[in-house]
Design a protein around this ligand. Structure first.
Ligand SMILES: [Cu+2]
Length: 68
């Protein structure tokens, strides 16, 4: 079942950041839609194959801070 969740991500400032976040999510089978102005990422993922926690970790590994 696909689920969509909006998470706050601090530190994204440019198109490079957008790509870094999107590319970090792709291997998890998740899709991220970054809203730079809002500092959020709308993540669409399959909750039976990946957890929101794993998604947040993948984003944080790129150097950004997430909050629920
Ligand atoms: Cu950037």
């Amino acid at each position: 079942m696909m689920k969509a969740e909006v998470i706050e991500v601090k530190g994204m400032s440019c198109e490079h950041c957008v790509k870094a976040v999107e590319d970090a999510l792709a291997p998890l089978g998740a899709r991220g839609e970054v809203d730079l102005a809002a500092g959020t990422v709308k993540v669409t993922y399959n909750e039976s194959s990946v957890s929101l926690e794993a998604i947040r970790e993948a984003i944080e590994e790129q150097g950004y801070e997430t909050s629920a």
